[in-house]
Design a protein around this ligand. Sequence first.
Ligand SMILES: *Cc1c(COP(=O)(O)O)cnc(C)c1O
Length: 348
Amino acid sequence: MSSMTEFALARRPAQWPEPEELGFGQHLAPWVVCAEHCEGQGWSPLHAIPLSEARSPLASGGLQYGLSVFEGLKTYRDREGAAFLFRVREHAQRLANSARRLHMPELPEALFIEACAIASRLHEDFLPPHERGSLYLRPTLYANEEALGFRVARTHRLAVIVTPSSDPLPRTITLWAESELSRAAIGGTGAAKTGGNYAAGLLGLQRARERGCDDVAWLDASRWRLSEAGTMNLFVQVDGVWCTPPLDGTILAGVTRDSLLTLMRASGMAAQECSLDLRELSRFEREGRLGGAFGCGTASRVVGIAAVRGAFGVVRFTDDGTIDALRLRLKRCQEDGEPGFTSWRRAV
Ligand SMILES: *Cc1c(COP(=O)(O)O)cnc(C)c1O
């Protein structure tokens, strides 16, 4: 098959899982929407190629030096059956920020939005029905020039990968506070959505699992303050106030984090950015001042946290049902739009 500019609709194969069986990231859609950037020439028009033909050279900055940044966003079907991207502009801006940090060419916002819209339209047949899942889009920008020298590559590619996904089920997890390894440092790349941060974090995830926890809680340089959970931002309720660590350059600025802060404030809930020191949280727990805790991100939406364990001991959280209410409120915004937040959705 050759590259397409006509963007013919892809059809689901006869054997295709039910939305609830899709899971996440396991079933990849057949087409990738691409654009190439050449030094001195700028961006090519968008085109689609089969996923199987989207190879990248072994001797490239993308593979050798981690010169690759990405986004994760979703297209949902509303109750009328129409498809909408959620907060695509914020994702475009964040990809541009990530690219700037890695000194890669920036992608115009309009090109990013159009690439995501085309990737969604092409695979509309793969988009699960209302409330039963989404198309998860993974726009990736990487250096693909075939050359080994460490320098700015002369060619880069944007490729939007699509994976039809199940609606994430509500769940509650336990975190392990990692006090030896770190994911990010001040001045580093923690605020960029780039593979290198994940590479730095995989061993921490493994260590958390070996200790019987589901995910890792990264700490800041003090080794006491909660930072994030690697693929999710964190919220903890203290004295009835929802707190999330400030964006100090070591934390990924989650779009879900921002959506929840906005929704909480709009519904009169107290929400702010503040440091979450494990020693203080332990004291708040003893004093009965600690409420719920959750992690949030595009892929998993809102995930309850029962406890954070670590070398320091354990902090346990108690949820009074607020977290599930927040999860449902966010889900409504994402899937049907809520009055006041309709600008968060963009028709594909
Ligand atoms: C993508 C990501 C998040 C969540 O961001 P959302 O925009 O809410 O999906 C949190 N932490 C890290 C490290 C991430 O890469």
